[in-house]
Design a protein around this ligand. Structure first.
Ligand code: SF4
Length: 237
């Protein structure tokens, strides 16, 4: 399948180079495997959609202090959940989803978070990214949740086409990486995406995988970065 994909679509980055990039980034960021309770990861996943970590983590803590199990969460009113998770993005919708999810877990899964993608996708507010987060961090299974950072970095590197959707990117990179690499790939690429391969103006001039990357504008951004570094340096002499 992957061979056909590469042969016909003619992606520019090879799987071998992608693996090299991952290994190089791992040496720099030294990402450890994340683990947590499946219910906590599920709450985190639902809250984190379109919300920054700085807002998600405190909101998650506030909610879990009030309700650390599906049963306790089901006893809260939607208003109480809204108050606990504000100001996460779409907090009203997410509060409704969380309450429905808690009820569904009690009615369909004996109050436990299920450990398969198919079952997780049956829960309200759970899409492929959240399901994969629960599987990899909650159950230690080899999945790569693809969010906006992972998708952007994968597209710029050239391992997937420019118009690749998160689910398509996930399929491709999960086929390439080993199970052990899959356990850290999300955290690693998100860290790299926030640190260097930023959404706007990537810092290509100090990128550790510059030689492997196939992003067309990498030379432009490298030159731009070097110029602005010189400007700020000259400013002080
Ligand atoms: S060279 Fe630039 S675009 Fe390519 S991975 Fe590095 S920072 Fe991202």
């Amino acid at each position: 399948m992957l061979y056909i994909y590469y042969f016909f679509i003619r992606l520019v980055m090879t799987p071998k180079d992608f693996i090299s990039a991952i290994k190089r980034l791992q040496k720099i960021y030294k990402i450890k495997i994340r683990r947590g309770k499946p219910f906590e990861i599920l709450v985190h996943g639902i809250l984190s959609t379109r919300t920054k970590d700085e807002t998600t983590f405190p909101a998650q803590e506030r909610l879990l202090r009030m309700a650390d199990s599906p049963y306790k969460l089901s006893l809260l009113t939607t208003k109480q959940i809204e108050k606990a998770i504000f100001p996460v993005g779409f907090y009203k919708t997410k509060a409704r989803m969380l309450k429905k999810t808690a009820t569904e877990l009690l009615e369909e899964f004996n109050g436990k978070v299920p450990g398969t993608k198919d079952d997780l996708l049956k829960l309200p507010g759970v899409g492929p990214k959240v399901a994969s987060l629960v599987l990899v961090w909650g159950f230690g299974l080899p999945y790569i949740p693809v969010d906006t950072h992972v998708n952007r970095v994968s597209k710029r590197l050239g391992i997937v086409p420019k118009d690749s959707k998160p689910e398509e990117t996930q399929q491709v990179i999960e086929t390439i990486l080993s199970d052990r690499e899959k356990l850290i790939a999300n955290h690693l690429l998100v860290t790299f995406g926030k640190d260097i391969c930023k959404p706007i103006s990537p810092l290509c001039y100090r990128c550790p995988v510059y030689d492997l990357c196939e992003y067309k504008e990498k030379e432009y951004y490298r030159a731009k970065g070097k110029i602005s570094q010189n400007i700020s340096f000259n400013h002080y002499i």
